[in-house]
Design a protein around this ligand. Structure first.
Ligand SMILES: NC(=O)c1ccc[n+]([C@@H]2O[C@H](COP(=O)([O-])OP(=O)(O)OC[C@H]3O[C@@H](n4cnc5c(N)ncnc54)[C@H](OP(=O)(O)O)[C@@H]3O)[C@@H](O)[C@H]2O)c1
Length: 270
């Protein structure tokens, strides 16, 4: 299989592989909606997964402070930092008591400083606001985005946006920032207008939950139909798939590479 080609992350100047690696399962096993229980991976398993990702041409890795030890593990175990596009988030914290949210400018600055330390880097390629669902309120009535913009101006962050939960929030995110991360799969197409807007305006869309958090992929060939459904949607830059299984990672990359090869002449998709 040839390595996955990269594609532009909207107008940010960043190039990402069409499949990215989601890392919730690296460091958190509580409060998630996956169909099956799983054991948190050991360091050696994460190293093997990252090596596999690199071989497949995957260059984008998605993490968050709310993903338990994920940021710290990536900082410690990811080789050759400049080869990777690292995206993290701000606003959600997860502890034994569950999630809580803080979108203040002060928390945003402290969270970014902590992410830089944990990820052992002096810049973040992408930072998304980790929405609690109140997308418009966060964008319009808190200092979170403004604070991120200031850090972008200082060169600490290359691109900013929000992981949204509403169509209005997704559209506003595209108007005010670089990237919206939206849910899109065959059981959840409600956020499609946000992707259509990005397609028209040249902004970036990252899709989360393409497999409906694994519920679609459970059927035989489920990952192929789930991924092709999203790959067919013009305007999507990258699909973040949360996996800790190297065989699943390979199979997903294979589906995407085959689809891209087959549709390489369609400029609306690539
Ligand atoms: N910002 C947000 O609010 C937010 C919310 C949710 C998710 N995310 C990000 O988006 C990523 C993806 O979301 P998600 O993990 O909820 O959903 P997902 O990517 O739709 O599904 C992941 C699940 O699918 C399974 N899977 C993956 N490939 C498979 C294959 N080829 N065959 C069978 N099963 C397969 C994984 O299990 P295995 O480990 O066994 O492969 C995992 O349990 C997350 O990791 C995270 O980085 C962000």
């Amino acid at each position: 299989m040839s390595a996955l080609p990269t594609r532009p992350l909207g107008d940010t100047g960043i190039e990402v592989s069409s499949i990215g690696l989601g890392t919730v399962k690296f460091g958190r096993d509580k409060g998630l909606k996956y169909p099956k229980h799983f054991n948190l991976p050991m360091d050696g398993e994460i190293v093997a997964l990252l090596e596999e990702a690199k071989t497949l041409g995957i260059n984008f890795i998605d993490t968050a402070p709310a993903y338990g030890t994920s940021e710290e593990q990536i900082g410690r175990l990811l080789p050759n930092r400049p080869d990777w596009i690292i995206g993290t988030k701000v606003g959600e914290e997860f502890s034994a008591e569950g999630s809580h949210f803080d979108f203040s400018g002060d928390h945003t600055r402290k969270s970014i400083e902590r992410s830089l330390r944990r990820l052992q880097t002096d810049y973040l390629d992408l930072v998304l606001i980790h929405s609690n669902g109140d997308d418009l309120h966060i964008l319009e009535n808190t200092d979170c985005l403004e604070s991120l913009m200031r850090m972008k101006e200082k060169g600490l962050i290359r691109a900013v946006g929000m992981s949204t939960k509403t169509v209005a929030g997704g559209k506003r995110t595209l108007a005010l920032s670089d990237v919206a991360m939206v849910t899109y799969n065959s059981s959840h197409t409600e956020e499609s207008p946000v992707i259509d807007l990005a397609q028209r305006t040249g902004k970036a869309i990252i899709v989360k939950k393409a497999m409906n958090s694994g519920h679609i992929a459970r059927q035989s060939g489920g990952n192929k139909s789930a991924l092709e459904f999203v790959l067919r949607k013009a305007g999507v830059s990258c699909i973040i798939i949360g996996t800790i299984n190297p065989y699943h990672l390979r199979s997903n990359a294979y589906v995407a590479a085959s689809f891209q090869a087959e549709h390489s002449t369609n400029p609306a998709l690539w």
